[in-house]
Design a protein around this ligand. Sequence first.
Ligand SMILES: [Zn+2]
Length: 481
Amino acid sequence: MTGTGELEAVIGLEIHVQLSTRTKMFCGCELSFGDQPNVHTCPVCLAHPGVLPVPNRKAIEYALLIAAALECEVAPRSIFHRKNYFYPDSPKAYQISQFDIPIAGAGRLGDVRIHRVHLEEDAAKMIHVGESGRIQGSDASLVDFNRGGTPLVEIVTEPDLRSGAQVREWGQLLRATIKQLGVSDVNMEEGSLRCDANVSVRPSGSDRLGTKTEMKNMNSFRFIERGIEAEIARQKEVIASGGKVVQETLHFDPSTSELHSLRSKEEAHDYRYMPEPDLVPIAPTRAMLDAAAGALPELPAGRSRRYREDLAVSDSAALQLSFEVEWAEFFEGVIAHDTEIEPRAAANWVTGEFAAELRKQGDQGLSETRVTPDALGALVKLVGSKRISHASAKDVLAEMVAEGADPLEVVEERGLEQISDSGELEAIVATAIDENPKPAEQVRSGNEKAIGALVGAVMKATQGRADGGEVTRLLRRDLGL
Ligand SMILES: [Zn+2]
């Protein structure tokens, strides 16, 4: 494949989601993050001889919920397999997973098809100590079995993604969707959501797949985006220079933007899958399927669509609000304040000025702020009904964020109400023109940009209490534009 034509990238994802059940997948050990190592273990998850696994019903229900959210078909009977491999993170020397008949498949989220969804158990956590994290000389590897046996759902997509940016956006949608289901913390830094990407390139328009490389365990979608872009560029270069892409597993180092090879195909595992004889097939009842479908909350993709189509919220604000449930709920509280509030304007205030003011004043989160949705609604209404100017509203908002102030009280105390008497405003405009003859003359002779100085003069004279649009209209009228 040494063609000179355009090449396109083809990317598929494998996402591991740790379920936030109370106990592990096949034993009664509690799940915990950050406890002392090896305190949540038992004969089952430590693989003592003669023990038997018992599946966690809640984990199966969570998997069905994920399958429903991803519009998957659920298998009437799915089977657990043993995936054999020898490594210290697996005391049984196999992982219980699913192989040829997963719990669900043939789904979709946004414009990406879901190939399969399956249930499995997590491995124990290895901590490598020593120089550069590598085992060398006196260096050592430690094993913490607290994580071993944690229920995982693995989601495998079809190779429908075409760029690093698309992977980031879609990954964020998937994370927001699963978070909304309440079945996982989806915290990438703590490893409760892990994403591997298979990357290949091919001539644009071809339906054949090129040789893929696998990028492992990147812990943020920003890094995944950068890693994938670096790998696509590398593969294109290899092909452009007449070479062949070699199947291998790669690690992307975000601090140096370098790709390192972890293992090549020759070392790839043969897992010798075999049916798990100690577990019966999963055969969800009609009642379980109905319960999963009935328990689906409004998901980010649907909410974003509703905000855009029913409430005329801008695309970017709709997306931002939909990805974080707390923000969506806050926004809905703002528009519930009064039916006269325009949702589009409210969404812009929530995601724009309000979010910016929270960041400015000590990076406050929504859970910490003293501003209630109702109070912000009152502010948005004051602006919408032109009782205060946008500039004044920003000052009021700063006081609300700082002190939890009531917007109406601030407006009254500080006399911020807009000049509604048109005669008064006309007089101020006339004075501004008299006192600034130079820009006035420039505007009269066709330099419209010079009007900014006059608008500024009026705003200064009114202390921001005039409606900017009205000021510009009066200036243009008086200057004969
Ligand atoms: Zn256990």
